[in-house]
Design a binder for this molecule. Sequence first.
Ligand SMILES: *[C@@H]1O[C@H](CO)[C@@H](O)[C@H](O)[C@H]1NC(C)=O
Ligand SMILES: *[C@@H]1O[C@H](CO)[C@@H](O)[C@H](O)[C@H]1NC(C)=O
Length: 460
Amino acid sequence: MRTRKVQILVIGVLILWTFVTYYILLHNSSVQSDTKQKEQQQLKQLFPKALLEQSKSLKISDTLVSFLKLRYMNQETSTTPKITIVAAEISNELQEQQPKTTATTSAQIPTKTYLANGEPVIPILVFACNRISVVKCLENLVQYRPSVEQFPIIVSQDCGDELTKQAIQSFGNQLTLIEQPDQSDIMVLPKEKKFKGYYKIARHYGWALNTTFHVGFEYVVIVEDDLNVAPDFFEYFLATHKLLKQDKSLWCVSAWNDNGKANVVDIGSPELLYRTDFFPGLGWMLTKDLWSELSVKWPKSFWDDWIRHPEQRKDRVCIRPEISRTRTFGKIGVSNGLFFDKYLKHIKLSEHFVHFTKMNLSYLLKDNYDNTFLKQVYVLPLVTFDELRRNLIAKEGPVRIQYNNRDQYKRITRMLGLMDDFRSGVPRTAYHGIVSFYYNKRRVHLAPSANWKGYDLSWS
Ligand SMILES: *[C@@H]1O[C@H](CO)[C@@H](O)[C@H](O)[C@H]1NC(C)=O
Ligand SMILES: *[C@@H]1O[C@H](CO)[C@@H](O)[C@H](O)[C@H]1NC(C)=O
């Protein structure tokens, strides 16, 4: 392998350099010292110095090698890294974990599944590993939680990191900590080694969801350890859980808008919700039924892209908000730093409290939505991207832009600062191919032609 050769070369050069340094140091000192004894003493002192230098060099070489690897592996330059967002959010564990044996002191998860008034108990399942910053997430959840009884917080910790565990436990009885008992190493092919973190994440999800649903809850909300949540986060899920039960074409409610950057959302419409064919993750609710369907074939890694595959999705859709109810604060690993700076950092976290439970949300049910939303989009004035960008549209109000192929889609979204990638052929936030956003004070729908035949799996 090319990187291997480079690695050996770099290490070789550095070792050589260390010895040259050592020799020069030795030479310099021997000029000054006259007695042999003194020389030997200095030699003794110099040797650790040289060793230290060498270990420093090795560290530098390590960094250099990782940098080179990164360069070689990410050679194709696309604006969006090939990495998947959802899994990446908790992928700091890509670094090797020291296998630590934690005593499995898994506490008892609250067992009440329904309240006296017939409403479901909806646990918030927080995934944690080795990031102490999980406290920021937990503080948010505890702060906005309207009812301890209805929304028990369950923190599932993998990785057995003691400091993180203590941080979680500092919340006392405000939450329940459960610990993933299987800390065994996962065997992966050498070329997959850099993805080991994703294998661990998938294993953790599988275990924690099984454990939580086993109690008998009808719904579970999943939160990753680097998410802030909005004030009406709980209200949002409380209002939408009924839709999940009612409408079999829905399979998740997500708090996340992939195109939720402040400049492309309608700040004045925090109550607005959409249906989307794209599974957003990042703070999402699923039902017991969906879990029993997925749990038996749960994948070993990259669960989020797996779930987006037609074999799993089966044309089902999620609900997503106009303005995100979660925001990630975690800057993620080296390869994802760019992605964070370019997109994730700019996602707007909603600040208003929308009383979703008091709203009529039936417009989101399939029949209503397809009869109104889809029809409306296709009777809107058709404009070109250029007209939109240069503000040449005379009339106010929503418009439609058409895209006819993959490259055109990519070009337009890039110019607008929207996400330009696909998963299983589905563009982020799309519903029937339509990506809706806000631009220059108007609603814009980037849509395929009206005789659209479905997603093309080869679009990536
Ligand atoms: C969850 O539990 C079910 C039933 O015990 C089992 O068949 C399945 O493999 C488990 N799934 C995961 C991901 O652990
Ligand atoms: C809720 O909205 C739907 C249309 O989306 C309408 O048919 C229904 O009558 C409304 N329900 C109430 C109680 O207003």
